[in-house]
Design a protein around this ligand. Structure first.
Ligand SMILES: Nc1ncnc2c1ncn2[C@@H]1O[C@H](COP(=O)(O)OP(=O)(O)O)[C@@H](O)[C@H]1O
Ligand SMILES: C=C(OP(=O)(O)O)C(=O)O
Ligand SMILES: [K+]
Ligand SMILES: [Mg+2]
Length: 565
């Protein structure tokens, strides 16, 4: 390919004086509240009235982002993405729509629970919301995986295990009537377990000592009293060390492969793989998807086992993103190690340009209460301060009494911490290690690093990036710019994949070979809808693979700065 040119075309430098804190002075964009976003009449160029829509086939800007932009301006737009686990508490069309309006970017379906028919109905309801109401919610399925054994004590509420009490742990069914018997979900759960080993429930909710083993059944004495919640997870410890059993099991079971086929046929956008051990699990699934799925499906590796921690570098390299699954991570690792693990993985992911989701127990108390604890807000804020791409709700949305409140806490806490991070200029450019191998890739990477530095220095309101595969959008996001990245693409798979990236707002645009006309179309439509106004400063970055065969200068990778007139 001919050497791509990084050109700064028409650098009409700031026409506005931006004050001493250029990145924070924002005037909310004014727009008439009665405007209907799906069909409006606007005046263009020579005064000809034309009908246009921001949710039309050739230009699709999702309604939630449009509303957020109009309410808060470019700088007020939230950068941290929000994932909601869908469960019985939030699965009706009305509830899903409220979550979509409340900022849900990705809906997660945990294939551990409910039937495939239930999951199908939810996925189709979300797709209907996207198609009929103009949202851009991506769908993620999460495999059951070779899970930890779960316990069932025969009741929907918790049971107390008293100090010294004797309990039977068995995989035999119909134990509900016997109060000191616990049914375990996996038949061979006690394989390799010895008398004297410790059985730990949910990372320490209660602890037992194995006093006798009869066949596969374990007779245990409670040594550390506590609560046994429904579907709590078990782990075994010997002499202070975890007795590892999971690495022996395949990360993808027969059920998981059937769920993956189901996901492909329902057109999901991401597959999260539970209990990944090493990169081979991820490579195998990616190859499978490549040959079976017509559209891109991102493969996210869940880091939740000691093996995945050991192999974390190769797993990040092989996957399209990472979920820090702190729930199971805390069952198999000392809790005090989790914060440092989270910090290390978020940092590694950003360096490798892979999106990272911080998951589990973010707002656990909100399953029952309408407001979070101070500590939970601090935990959420810390993940945002670390520049995680996304935060995930589990039980808070799936079975919680206050799913929408929980989402709104994530939304508000993210915005607040993003604002204070910008204020403190915490986000000075990371010295990003070079990723690119070919010279064309190197140019793309350098352009994005420089573009963000330039955008921050100039205080641009928004960065537009024209992209086919989303690569330049992700490289811009990796630099965590102050302004949002409006990523324009004509590829549906790319658009959905970008929902997970920090600060990227995916927009569908029928891309032309002529970059000038792409930029003109974007600015005209956004301006006519009230999203962009005179005096706004935008940066337009174009990706080399947007170019057609014309070879015009505008087809190359470029950075342009435009003041909107
Ligand atoms: N599709 C579903 N159907 C019923 N309950 C669900 C569903 N998804 C999640 N849940 C409930 O929400 C809780 C939290 O979800 P999650 O963290 O994804 O699962 P787990 O606790 O099994 O790791 C689960 O324990 C389960 O009780
Ligand atoms: C997200 C997690 O996985 P799951 O909810 O599927 O157990 C976790 O363990 O934190
Ligand atoms: K799972
Ligand atoms: Mg887990």
């Amino acid at each position: 390919m001919a050497a791509a040119a990084a050109s700064v075309l028409s650098p009409q430098l700031p026409v506005r004086y931006r004050g001493s804190h250029p990145n924070f002075r924002r005037t909310p964009i004014l727009c008439p509240s009665h405007q209907n976003s799906t069909s409006r009449v606007a005046k263009f160029g020579m005064g000809v009235a034309v009908r246009f829509s921001l949710q039309a086939e050739n230009f699709f800007f999702d309604v939630a982002s449009e509303a957020e932009l109009k309410k808060k301006g470019f700088m007020g737009m939230r950068k941290t993405k929000l994932v909601c686990t869908i469960g019985p508490a939030c699965c009706s069309e009305e509830q899903l729509e409220r979550l979509a309006r409340g900022g849900m970017n990705i809906a997660r379906l945990n294939m551990c629970h409910s039937t495939r028919e239930w999951h199908r109905d939810v996925i189709r309801a979300i797709k209907r919301l996207n198609e009929e109401k103009g949202f851009c919610i991506a769908v993620m399925i999460d495999t059951a995986g070779s899970e930890m054994p779960l316990l069932d004590h025969g009741s929907a509420s918790s049971t107390k295990a008293e100090d010294g009490s004797l309990w039977l742990f068995t995989s035999q069914k119909s134990v509900g009537s016997c109060p000191f018997t616990i049914q375990v979900s996996i038949e061979g759960f006690s394989e390799g377990i010895l008398v004297g080993d410790e059985l730990v429930v949910d990372g320490g909710m209660a602890t037992f000592e194995v006093v006798e083993k009869v066949g596969n059944d374990l007779h245990c004495r409670c040594t550390d009293p506590g609560l046994l919640l429904p579907r709590a997870k078990l782990s075994f410890w010997r002499a202070g060390k975890l007795v590892t059993r999971n690495s022996m099991l395949p990360a993808l079971s027969t059920k998981d492969w059937a769920d993956i086929d189901f996901g492909i046929s329902e057109g999901v956008n991401f597959i999260a793989v539970s209990f990944v051990n090493d990169a081979s699990d991820i490579k195998c699934l990616k190859n499978y998807l490549y040959s079976r799925s017509p559209d891109f499906i991102g493969v996210l590796a869940k880091i939740e086992s000691p093996e995945s921690l050991q192999n974390v570098h190769e797993i990040i390299e092989a996957s399209d993103g990472i979920i820090i699954a702190r729930g199971d991570l805390g069952v198999q690792n000392p809790l005090e190690e989790i914060p440092a693990i989270q910090q290390k993985i978020t940092h590694l992911c950003r360096q490798s340009n892979k999106p990272v989701v911080v998951a589990s127990q973010l707002l656990q108390s909100m399953i029952e209460y309408p407001i979070p604890t101070r500590a939970e807000v601090a935990d959420v804020s810390e993940a945002v301060r670390q520049y995680a791409d996304a935060l995930m709700l589990s039980g808070e949305s799936a079975i919680g009494l206050f799913a929408e409140n929980a989402l709104s806490v994530l939304q508000i806490a993210s915005e607040q911490m993003e604002l204070s991070s910008r204020r403190e200029s915490c986000q000075s450019l990371l010295l990003q290690p070079q990723l690119a191998e070919s010279s064309v890739e190197r140019i793309a990477e350098e352009i994005c690093n420089s573009a963000v530095e330039m955008a921050n220095n100039l205080g641009v309101d928004a960065i537009f990036v024209y992209t086919k595969r989303g690569h330049m959008a992700s490289l811009l996001s990796r630099n965590r710019p102050n302004s949002p990245i409006l990523a324009l693409t004509d590829n549906a798979g790319t658009r959905n994949g970008m929902t997970l990236h920090w600060g990227v707002i995916p927009i569908n645009l029928q891309l032309s070979d002529d970059m000038e006309s792409n930029i003109t179309e974007t600015t005209q439509l956004l301006k006519a809808s009230g999203c962009l106004k005179s005096g706004d400063l935008i940066m337009a970055v174009s990706d080399s693979d947007v170019s057609g065969s014309s070879g015009a200068l505008s087809a190359f990778q470029s950075i342009q700065i435009r003041a909107i007139v």
